[in-house]
Design a protein around this ligand. Structure first.
Ligand SMILES: [Zn+2]
Length: 321
């Protein structure tokens, strides 16, 4: 499905089957010299067909089209290698590129999950079923690296890049000041809460996320165009809701720990999740993975605020209050 958001500015809705996100918003801006496509969908046939159909309907010449990827996740970056041509510029976050090219991101996530109590026999299954690994681009195209405050001009639009770490470390939002439009990627969604996870002690993703919410809070905005689902006008109201959500979640984590000492996997199992499953044991393995990553992000945040203690020995990390 395609709709016109503004003058020569379109959204292609790309289906994401089996995902709670349901669809991805790929934004297409047409201009006389170059076009720009922002985010692309998973590297899987159903997404590729939707993008191709949208590109055909909008009469886009890919040889005259550049790409911008808000963050590295496969539902955004997945198709960029297949859609970009030899003459396409692919804009990608400098910070994200460092993480992307970092040595064995998969192995270090794997190790960190293990010491946080994720059962060893389930780890491989979780990673093999993880959409982020299954539907990534097969190769990385040549990237033009961007960072905070860089400006991308396209037709009547000038998009300022805003570095907004949290959902990922190098996440980028785009702000069009004249038209008061924020393309929020997965930093701020309306229908769902952006997933915040951490798989490394070095990253305090939730703290970064809260700071990045503050960073965009006062932007004059008429409409927010997120990476998934509905557009919305009330940026401040939505940020207030998201901040409250994470404060409530952090308090829930404290309650789940109670007087005991638990690892992150056990804590995740004690938290409430918006998923149709009777017990933690029945959770699909990928959902357990996301839940544990989110629990770790909250635990790391609470630790930095002095509200939980982390207990570390060589093979295990546990938490107490
Ligand atoms: Zn996404």
């Amino acid at each position: 499905m395609i709709d016109e958001v503004m003058d020569r500015f379109y959204r292609i809705e790309v289906p994401l089957p089996d995902s709670t996100l349901k669809t991805l918003n790929s934004y297409v801006i047409k201009a006389d010299d170059r076009n720009l496509i922002i985010d692309t969908g998973f590297n899987r046939p159903v997404c590729f067909e939707a993008m191709q159909e949208g590109i055909r309907t909008l009469d886009i010449d890919l040889a005259a089209t550049d790409f911008l990827i808000t963050h590295m996740h496969a539902d955004h970056a997945g198709l960029v290698t297949r859609l970009a041509t030899e003459t396409s510029t692919v804009y990608f976050s400098r910070v994200e590129a460092q993480v992307y090219h970092g040595a064995s991101i998969r192995q270090s996530m794997f190790d960190y999950a293990g010491i946080n109590g994720f059962p060893g026999d389930e780890l491989l299954k979780a990673l093999n079923n993880h959409p982020g690994f299954k539907y990534s681009p097969e190769t990385v195209p040549e990237l033009t690296l961007i960072g905070d405050n860089d400006v991308i001009e396209i037709g009547d639009y000038g998009f300022r890049c805003l570095s907004t770490p949290g959902h990922t470390q190098g996440h980028i939002c785009l702000y069009e000041a004249d038209k008061k439009v924020l393309l929020s990627g997965d930093h701020i969604l309306f229908d769902i809460t952006p997933h915040i996870e951490s798989w490394s002690y070095q990253v305090n993703a939730l703290k970064d996320y809260m700071d990045s919410l503050d960073k965009v809070y006062d932007l004059p905005v008429n409409i927010v165009l997120p990476g998934h689902r509905s557009f919305f006008p009330d940026l401040k109201g939505r940020i207030d809701e998201l901040k409250k959500h994470h404060k409530d979640r952090a308090n829930e984590v404290i309650d789940v720990i109670g007087k005991e000492t638990k690892n992150a996997y056990e804590i995740a199992g004690g938290m409430t999740w918006d998923i149709d499953c009777e017990t933690w044991d029945l959770f699909p393995i990928v959902q357990k993975w996301f839940a544990t990553g989110e629990a770790i992000a909250h635990l790391r945040f609470l630790e930095s605020e002095g509200r939980v203690h982390r207990n570390t020995d060589e093979e295990n990390i546990t938490f107490s209050t």
